[in-house]
Design a protein around this ligand. Structure first.
Ligand code: NAI
Length: 296
């Protein structure tokens, strides 16, 4: 099996931060992209935002105006799951919850053709478990992008125990065709990046808990002296605390409550408050006009 063919339909389920980024990259690569979300306003926003990005790229002459218009025209809104029946590849980027993802893929199996590949952008949940109740679990694979998707080259292609190796290779080749740097990995909790990154967040949160320094100081140290592109707090604000907290819980549970992965009460409280980071305008920092630095 080669990469998913240029021009074929790619469906993206979930039009939040990740889904809209994945849709942008797939449409740029020449696919017709169908976006579905339980909140239709999220789809409308994603299509409008991606169109604006393409126009900006055209203004900066990084893309021709004709290509920008053509890529925008390839973005289609799906009003129900039934609308994605002709997809060659479905990429799921919905809430980080095993039961919700399983239920979505069960519904998708009733809609798409037998040779359609089902991919999940889960950050941490077992791909084996997501696939387990499908009629054809061999066609489900992890396709794990990083935020912001158009800028981040890495894609982890995750095989569960049942994943067919040709399915994983097709997704790998597709990601490479989209200009990404894919890597194969087996399904382990948090895969590669989210496993290694957990202690980065956890130690930052422990430092904060012990009042060693404030988030801005810790971020600056890691960024300016440590050589990291972002400090742990600004990175958690970018990822979204709801997503990041769910990922920590999932890795912690999967590793039999290994204390190294213990979730933080500070982050739990941010989630309780709805201070989800950039996407809600407030997390460890405040965002938007007139924002002042916030401390949880
Ligand atoms: P988000 O909260 O920005 O967007 C999720 C979208 O899914 C929302 O628009 C929501 O309405 C929709 N949704 C929820 N349940 C749905 C359902 N049953 N059917 C259709 N749509 C549904 O979340 P984000 O950040 O885009 O994350 C999505 C997935 O990507 C999660 O699994 C997350 O772990 C993963 N991920 C997130 C990264 C990040 O940095 N935020 C990085 C890599 C992966």
């Amino acid at each position: 099996m080669a990469a998913i063919q240029n021009g074929s339909v790619v469906a993206v389920i979930g039009s939040g931060a990740m889904g809209s980024g994945i849709a942008q990259v797939a449409a740029s690569a020449g696919h017709i992209v169908k976006l579905y979300d339980t909140r239709p306003e999220a789809v409308a926003k994603a299509i409008a935002d991606i169109g604006a990005v393409y126009r900006k790229l055209a203004d900066k002459q990084k893309m021709s105006a004709a290509d920008a218009d053509a890529a925008t025209a390839r973005l289609k809104s799906a009003s129900s799951l039934g609308d994605v029946a002709d997809a060659a590849l479905v990429v799921e980027a919905i809430v980080e919850n095993l039961d919700v993802k399983r239920s979505l893929f069960a519904d998708l199996e009733g809609v798409v053709s037998d040779d359609c590949i089902l991919a999940t952008n889960t950050s941490s949940i077992s791909v084996t478990a997501i696939a387990a109740r499908l009629r054809r679990p061999q066609r489900l694979v992890g396709m794990h992008f990083f935020n912001p998707v158009p800028l981040m080259a890495l894609v982890e292609v995750i095989s569960g125990l049942a994943t067919d190796s040709t399915v994983a290779q097709t997704v790998y080749d597709t990601a490479a065709g989209w200009g990404k740097n894919p890597v194969h990995a087996k399904s382990t909790p948090g895969f590669i990046v989210n496993r290694v990154a957990r202690p980065y967040y956890a130690e930052g949160l422990r430092l904060l808990n012990e009042q060693a320094a404030d988030p801005a100081t810790i971020d600056a140290v890691l960024r300016e002296a440590g050589g990291f592109r972002m400090g742990p707090f600004e990175l958690m604000d970018l990822i979204g605390h709801d997503v990041n907290y769910s990922v920590t819980q999932s890795v912690f549970n999967a590793y039999y409550n290994d204390p190294r992965f213990t979730p933080s009460v500070i982050q739990q409280e941010l989630v309780n408050a709805g201070f989800l980071g950039r996407k809600s305008g407030r997390g460890f920092y405040a965002y938007g006009e007139g924002a002042v630095a916030q401390q949880p």
